[in-house]
Design a protein around this ligand. Structure first.
Ligand code: DOR
Ligand code: ZN
Length: 350
């Protein structure tokens, strides 16, 4: 669809966010309503302090998120839960998780990102647990970056594919894997061509920006996330992957709220907050690629199909309307700065 012939409104099946951080406590009241206003479901990442490592913890966390959504009038919103993989996560926890409807287990290589200290130090230590996951069909959600200091930060994802992901999938050929928030041409190509059950989530910010955004006119911490934004050729490869209709790619915002003062800091936190305008930001990216007609499958079909969950039955309508998100939102007892705050957007959920 060409930009000039784009419709004034378009309606799609209500989407899901397959990768979301909402934190806990008072923060939930301020961020969950943004997601619940747009999405039917969201897959909640477990990197709390301490991390969510048991089914019992995940179910209690789900209730806190549901309560925050309901308090904002979104009682139909469904948080889908994950467990945090550690060197010690026991295989029998996988069976409990499976029975309780936990949707996946998240792999953070130790030291890779926010609250990843408890992450995996050596994949071998997790093999009995991965075996159990493979057996029951529990997906492994992968933060795909190596962490060793001798690898250039911008190469961490590509090196992860060769040194970690390919060997892992050779050892567990029927383990379902989601390569989360992919950022490189190498990752898009690997996921497109690999054998077996693999898919990838793609954020709106990695579709919209390249690494120049972090440095334009001075250092801009609100564009800093992990995996970090890459070169333009990588952004283009991600746009191609998202907009060509392949069922292996789906929407996952990785919206990651941090207080403004912790991002505008000498060692600022990684994460872009996009929940306030998630579908609008994806619509901008798809429209720029003249592919608005591919947005619905990416946002609403490919995720549930991969996870073996039903597609949503409700709908949302996007209207062509210029509006400017605020510079700042409340975040627990402080504030956060959303991506594209104060910048004009051209689509808005009706
Ligand atoms: O930028 C990021 N922020 N990347 C991650 O992997 C974690 C996330 C967070 O939790 O803040
Ligand atoms: Zn994340």
């Amino acid at each position: 669809m060409h930009a000039n012939s784009a419709p004034i409104t378009f309606t799609i099946t209500r989407p899901d966010d397959w990768h979301l951080h909402v934190r806990d406590g008072a923060a939930l009241q301020t961020v969950v309503p943004h997601t619940a206003a747009q999405f039917a479901r969201a897959l909640i990442m477990p990197n709390l302090k301490p991390p969510v490592t048991s089914t019992t913890q995940a179910l209690a966390y789900r209730e806190r998120i549901r309560a925050a959504a309901a308090a904002a009038g979104h009682s139909a919103f469904e948080p889908l839960m994950t467990l945090y993989l550690t060197d010690q996560l026991p295989p029998d926890e996988i069976l409990r998780a499976q029975e309780a409807g936990i949707v996946g287990v998240k792999l953070y290589p130790a030291g890779a990102t926010t609250n990843s200290d408890a992450g995996v130090t050596d994949m071998r230590k997790t093999y009995a647990t991965l075996e159990a996951m493979q057996r029951v069909g529990m997906p492994l959600l992968v933060h795909g970056e190596v962490t060793s200091p001798d690898i250039d930060l911008f190469d961490r994802e590509a090196v992860f594919i060769d040194t970690q992901l390919i060997p892992l999938r050779r050892d567990f050929p029927s383990l379902k894997v989601v390569f989360e928030h992919i950022t490189t041409r190498e990752a898009a190509q690997y996921v497109q061509e690999a054998q077996g059950a693999i898919a990838a989530s793609i954020t709106a910010h990695h579709l919209l920006y390249n690494r120049n955004a972090i440095f334009t006119g001075g250092i801009r911490p609100h564009y800093y996330c992990l995996p970090v934004l890459k070169r333009e050729i990588h952004r283009q490869a991600l746009v191609d992957a998202a907009t060509k209709g392949s069922p292996r790619f789906f929407l996952g915002t990785d919206s990651a709220p941090h207080a403004t003062h912790l991002k505008e800091h000498a060692s600022g936190c990684a994460g872009c907050y996009t929940a306030h305008a998630a579908v609008e930001l994806y619509a901008s990216a798809f429209e720029a690629a003249q592919a608005l007609d591919k947005l619905e499958a990416f946002a609403s079909f490919h995720g549930p199909d991969f996870y073996g969950l039903p597609r949503n039955t409700g709908q949302i309508t996007l209207r062509r309307e210029s509006w400017t998100p605020p510079h700042s939102y409340a975040f627990a007892d402080t504030s956060l700065k959303p991506l594209a705050g104060g910048e004009m957007l051209h689509w808005r959920i009706a």
